[in-house]
Write a protein that binds this ligand. Structure first.
Ligand code: CTP
Length: 427
């Protein structure tokens, strides 16, 4: 779930291309996140997908006509003015070359372009067109103009196009557009201007080119934390070992495999990091003589000797004690099966952390690969808090709120200019 979208007014512009069908999935995803989605279709889009499809999905009227009026608090208002003023975010997906050109020229010859011209808030475009149209200097110039005005773009991607050819021009996937929409709407939030670095996933320590030592971590918790940080406006970096879940969109991804690589990546990020969260299951040991050829079986017993890997959070904690101040907050996870509290407190102190999130990984609803977590927070000042069973997304969001509180940003006022009059009701 993405609470950042809950109750938000989103105008979803759909322009005419075969990719219009993907906008249906996007509208559904946004609606399920409790956003109020007003779809505006161009006349050619309505030839690809019937407006009633969007109407059914969003449970709201779909607009195509510039001369339609909207009811607002008992009075009629001009549709485009009402929509543009009410919106928190304007998405156009798919955005055709023609629509992009019209926006860049400031044309206002249909409901979509006239509403876009009347709108002042964040805008996200997901272009879709043939490769030659996308790479044409006219389109490139128009895209640059829009970028210079602060418009965000996602895609297009490489893939199979309407013509049957394969190339750049395919609209981004609805899920990816959804993720970036969360980021765009979250800008200026309480973590604005901060860089949050999160480690996630289970590291893999090679034995030979085909085998590794690993663990059961899926990276779900780390990915949820990255989404939650992103949605509060943080510049978010996810340093991740292989994930069993899709990586979040709208965050910088730094893929690694081993503990050593994760250590190096975190150390490189450290000087620019404001908040560091260690949610990765980092191997404590690696095979000391990993070989670069495939080991063959033999009748003899095999012994793999192990050596220690670097402890990333421990090293960060040690450096904090030295001259450089380091991140403002360093947070660790303690995944335990026994002596839960003693282990959590030990990690808090030994690694010089501000907060440890303890979870009992032997409990069926609170460990690897499940969607829920039951955690207890241990803070540096001795504060302890046991939270009820929550989804990993909810745990992540609650941890972010704690970070916001600890950084003294609870009363943060969004700096992003919001279009006036968010109260208007749709027809
Ligand atoms: N951690 C780390 N680098 C390591 C090991 C752990 O940064 N080499 C981080 C984890 O990401 C987590 C915290 O330290 O935030 C605790 O990890 P955990 O595996 O529970 O504890 P360990 O320090 O490895 O101690 P032990 O294995 O003895 O429980």
């Amino acid at each position: 779930m993405a609470p950042i979208l809950s109750g938000k007014r989103i105008v979803l512009g759909v322009s005419g291309g075969i990719a219009a069908y993907k906008a249906v999935t996007l509208a559904s995803r946004l609606t399920q996140a409790n956003a109020l989605v007003d779809v505006i279709m161009t006349h050619s889009a309505a030839k690809f997908v019937a407006p009633v499809t969007f109407q059914g999905i969003t449970q709201r009227s779909v607009a195509t006509d510039t001369f339609e009026f909207w009811h607002d608090a008992g009075r009629l208002r001009i549709g485009h003015v009402a929509l543009a003023h009410a919106a928190d975010l304007f998405i156009i997906a798919p955005a055709t070359a023609h629509t992009i050109a019209r926006l860049a020229l400031g044309l206002s010859d249909d409901l979509l372009s006239i509403t876009a011209l009347s709108y002042k808030g964040p805008m996200l475009l997901a272009p879709a067109m043939e490769t030659n149209m996308w790479t044409h200097p006219a389109t490139m110039g128009n895209v640059q103009t829009l970028r210079d005005w602060g418009v965000d773009f996602i895609g297009p991607e490489e893939g199979r196009l309407a013509s049957g050819e394969v190339g750049e021009g395919r609209v981004a996937e609805p899920e990816d557009i959804f993720e970036v929409a969360c980021k765009v709407i979250g800008r200026g939030g309480p973590l604005d201007g901060l860089r949050v670095v999160i480690t996630a996933g289970g590291t893999r320590e090679p034995i030979d080119p085909v085998r590794f030592m690993g663990n059961h971590s899926t990276g779900k918790m780390g990915a949820a934390l990255a989404r939650a940080a992103r949605d509060l406006g943080a510049e978010t970096v996810l340093v991740h070992a292989p994930l069993a879940v899709p990586p979040p969109g709208g965050v910088s991804l730094v893929p690694v495999h081993t503990a050593q690589q994760m250590y190096a990546a975190v150390m490189e990020e450290l000087p620019q990091t404001d908040v560091l969260i260690g949610a990765a299951a980092v191997a404590d040991y690696r095979p000391s003589d990993s070989v670069n050829y495939k080991l063959k079986k033999s009748p003899q017993q095999q012994v793999i000797s192990l050596e220690r890997t670097p402890d990333i959070l421990h090293e960060v904690g040690r450096q904090r004690g030295e001259a450089s101040p380091g991140p403002q907050l360093v947070i660790g996870f303690a995944a335990e099966t026994n002596d839960l509290e003693a282990n959590a407190v030990d990690k808090l102190e030994r690694k010089n952390l501000d907060l440890v999130v303890l979870n009992d990984v032997s409990a069926p609803d609170s460990g690897f690969a499940v969607d829920t977590n039951r955690v207890t927070l241990f803070e540096r000042d001795g504060n302890r808090e046991a939270w009820p069973l929550m989804s990993k997304d909810e745990v992540a969001q609650a941890i972010m709120q704690r970070i916001v509180a600890r950084l003294g940003r609870l009363d943060w006022k969004r700096s992003q200019p919001k279009a006036e009059d968010g109260s208007i009701e749709s027809r």
